[in-house]
Design a protein around this ligand. Structure first.
Ligand SMILES: [Zn+2]
Length: 219
């Protein structure tokens, strides 16, 4: 089964992708990782790093080419999940061309919803242990440290990431809404969209997805 995963920031996209990988062997293909994975000693790798350092978007041509190359590898036989791609209509058109050319089929586009407030709490409440890298959250009630601001295991003070701010979250959320709205609409019109609620636990999110896919297959 081949999926496209669409979600606002902090919806739990990465967690869902890794659960689908563990349970079903679906390979997660992240556009961001593909870009970061280009050898920095090459001209292309150098160029990508410069663009990202300026916090600008890498040209679609590059992302599309990397995507195509990735989808030609034979580890995707059990299926794949596209993460962070396609994010704009231009990329949707590219995905359609690439999959057609490689004789692949996207089964569903999964929209993992989370409301603004929940995503915000997940972001600004996030705390990380500098030693074991375990993450906690002081605002959501899930994964709170036993002792405030301290790692349960290492007994050291927890830290936060610089970009876990309300401003950064808000900007990401707005960018998502503007760019992804037409993408979501497109897959809805194609009858390919599955909508699930990511505001609960990771298990709950996976259960919803499994249930809907099962029903779709029985139709
Ligand atoms: Zn720790």
């Amino acid at each position: 089964m081949n999926l496209i995963l669409i979600a606002p920031p902090a919806a739990g996209k990465g967690t869902l992708a890794s659960m689908l990988n563990e349970k079903y062997g679906l390979v997660c293909i992240s556009a961001g990782e593909l870009l970061r994975g280009v050898d920095p000693s090459t001209e292309l790798g150098q160029m990508i790093r410069e663009i990202q350092a300026r916090r600008e978007l890498v040209d679609d041509k590059i992302t599309n080419a990397l995507m195509k190359e990735r989808l030609m590898k034979d580890d995707i036989q059990k299926g794949f999940i596209l993460d962070g791609y396609p994010r704009r209509m231009e990329q949707v058109i590219a995905v359609n061309e690439i999959t057609k050319e490689l004789n692949l089929k996207i089964d569903y586009a999964v929209l993992l919803n989370v409301d603004y407030e929940t995503g915000l709490k997940r972001t600004i409440g996030r705390q990380i242990c500098p030693v074991c890298k375990k993450t906690y959250n002081k605002l959501t009630g899930v994964n709170a440290p036993k002792v405030e601001n301290m790692c349960d295991d290492c007994n050291v003070e927890l830290t936060t990431r610089n970009d876990d701010t309300e401003e950064a979250y808000k900007a990401g959320y707005e960018r998502y809404q503007v760019n992804c709205a037409p993408v979501i609409e497109y897959y809805r019109n194609q009858g390919m969209l599955i909508e699930i609620d990511g505001s609960g636990t990771a298990e709950n999110t996976l259960n919803q997805l499994e249930k809907i896919i099962k029903e779709e297959k029985n139709d």
